[in-house]
Structure formats: structure tokens, C-alpha cells
Design a protein around this ligand. Structure first.
Ligand SMILES: [Fe+2]
Length: 320
């Protein structure tokens, strides 16, 4: 029975995510209502036939809830070094995504953001790139911006994520007024340290319509693509993209065992570096995110450290 319950939950989760991907949002939400019922059935079956297993499970969940908060603050610096013959002088880009600033005026939320800011302030970088999913509730806009302002750099670029879609106009207007260039199916070219860089941004794959029409493929620029959702890589036919930066999946946020989180069923690109059709993709685990929603939401991470990504491009040592 237990295994059948789990199989039902996994199948329902898979169907719901496929429906979200195909933008059948209403059907997805209705079918998603089955998941809590299936979880209740699973708990009932555990109670009645596997009491010892249930005890172990409860202890493990308590450990995750208690220690998961500590891991949430344990931000790592992920350094990626890339050689590219379009680069004339070494350049460092700082990339962060998935803030999902959920609870305004929550002490832990404020502590987590202050922790993030203090780590970023110690880094050496030439431009900053934001990968979307800024907050989950519109009422958090002002408090999020109050913290976010401190991250803005002379060269700041951003795309929106699926959580931003409903109020993205508000975010984009605020970002633009603060000097953060919003790139929703847009590209911007900038010269930093003698390097010509084209930063391309696309809309979110799940909630909007990403396209690369405005991307100038013929430029001899270093071309960096920001796409909140990494799965967009499978739709790309353009060439000359030097690096794609994505996020969205939070490296599954809570993996009950290493590399065993439900999000892994949805996508091939949950976390890390990938090489697809000659393109390099890096998917960050993000800097925030809450597990669950509403009153059950909790700031925890388990086998999924949050991270700040620093990409250092340098000229190629391979002289052709
Ligand atoms: Fe997302």
C-alpha cells in the first residue's frame, strides 16, 4: 500500500508539472488538489501498518526543520572560470537568483537577507546579474526593494521569474528607476574593462513567452543569456551564446536524501553545469526560497545549499 501511495503522489506531481509547462494552469491547479489527499492517505497507511517507520520519519522531518534553517543561511560562493577568446581583459560577473522573499517583517527573512548582503559585499565583481523570482506576495514589494537596493551595482541586469509574472510591471518599473536594466526578451550591450558584452534576457518559460528575436547573433560580443527557467535551453536554435544562466528549481530545496527531491522528476536541469548543443548552461541553487506555501511555508534547505555564483571570464590561453 505504502509504495502505491508514493507512486500515486509522484505520478500526480509529474502530471501537474507537465500541465504547468504546457500552460494549462487551471487544470493543473485542480489536479494539484489531489496531492494533499494522497499525502493524508500515505500518513494514514503509515500510522496503521508501519508505526516504527513513521517514528523514524517524524524524527527525520524534525531534524530537517531544525537544521534546515541553519543550512538556509549557509551560502556558498560558487566560482566558475571560463576561457573565451572574445575576452580581452579578465571580467567577473556575480549572478544570483530565486530570492522568493516571502514573509515581510519576519525576523528570519530579514536576517537571511542581511546575511546575503554581507557576503555579496565581500566579493569582487564587475557587474551583477539577477535571475528572477524576487518575492511571492505583492505586499512584500516595498520591504524587498529596501533590502534589494543595497545589491545594485553600476552595471545591473535582471530577468523576471514565474513568481514575478503577476506584478512584473511594478518590479520592472522600480528596477528601472533604481538603475537595474530589466531584460524581458531584450538585449543590452555594454563595454566593461574593454570587453564588449551582450546581455540577453528572456521572459519566463512557464508563465510568459520567451524568445530570442532581438538577440544579435552576428556580434563579436561575449553573449550571456539570462533565462529564469533552464528548460528553455531545449528551445534554443541560435548560435554564439557563450553562457546561459538560470535558476528556478533551487536544487530541489529539500532533498530528503542527497539528490533525491521531487523537483528532479520535472527537469533534467535542476542544478549545476550542463553542456547542451554546444552551449554552456549553469543552473544555480539560488539564494532563497521557502519550502511549501502559506501557513506551512518554512525557510529550510536540505542537501541544497544556497549559493552566489561568480563567473570569471578570461582570455583564452589556447592560441589558435
Ligand atoms: Fe521560479
Amino acid at each position: 500500500m505504502l509504495i502505491i501511495d508514493i507512486i500515486f503522489i509522484v505520478i500526480t506531481f509529474y502530471i501537474v508539472t507537465k500541465l504547468f509547462k504546457s500552460k494549462n494552469l487551471k487544470v493543473a491547479r485542480v489536479i494539484a488538489l489531489l496531492i494533499p489527499i494522497e499525502i493524508l492517505l500515505l500518513i494514514f497507511n503509515l500510522f496503521t501498518s508501519h508505526k516504527y517507520l513513521l517514528l523514524v520519519l517524524i524524527i527525520y522531518i524534525i531534524i530537517i526543520i531544525v537544521l534546515g534553517k541553519k543550512f538556509y543561511l549557509d551560502i556558498k560562493i560558487k566560482e566558475i572560470k571560463i576561457e573565451n577568446n572574445k575576452v580581452t581583459n579578465k571580467i567577473r560577473m556575480l549572478y544570483i537568483a530565486d530570492f522568493q522573499y516571502d514573509k515581510a517583517n519576519n525576523n528570519f527573512n530579514i536576517k537571511a537577507f542581511e546575511n546575503l548582503i554581507s557576503i555579496i559585499e565581500e566579493q569582487d565583481y564587475d557587474l551583477i546579474l539577477f535571475g528572477g523570482d524576487y518575492y511571492n506576495y505583492e505586499k512584500n514589494h516595498d520591504q524587498f526593494i529596501k533590502h534589494f537596493k543595497r545589491l545594485i551595482h553600476e552595471y545591473s541586469y535582471a530577468v523576471m521569474g514565474n513568481h514575478d509574472e503577476k506584478w512584473k510591471e511594478n518590479i520592472i518599473n522600480t528596477f528601472e528607476s533604481l538603475g537595474v536594466h530589466s531584460l524581458e526578451n531584450k538585449a543590452a550591450t555594454v563595454t566593461i574593462k574593454g570587453n564588449k558584452i551582450q546581455i540577453i534576457g528572456v521572459e519566463d518559460l512557464w508563465r510568459a513567452n520567451p524568445n530570442l528575436e532581438l538577440f544579435d547573433q552576428n556580434k563579436e560580443t561575449l553573449n550571456i543569456l539570462l533565462s529564469h527557467n533552464p528548460d528553455f535551453i531545449d528551445d534554443i536554435t541560435q548560435k554564439n551564446i557563450d553562457l546561459i544562466l538560470s535558476g528556478h528549481y533551487h536544487n530541489a530545496q529539500v532533498n530528503f536524501f542527497p539528490k533525491f527531491g521531487l523537483a528532479r522528476i520535472i527537469s533534467k536541469y535542476i542544478y549545476g553545469s550542463f553542456f547542451v548543443n554546444g552551449m554552456q548552461l549553469y543552473v544555480t541553487s539560488g539564494v532563497g526560497g521557502s519550502f511549501m506555501r502559506g501557513p506551512l511555508s518554512s525557510y529550510i534547505r536540505w542537501f541544497s545549499r544556497p549559493e552566489i555564483v561568480i563567473i570569471e571570464f578570461d582570455k583564452s590561453t589556447n592560441k589558435k
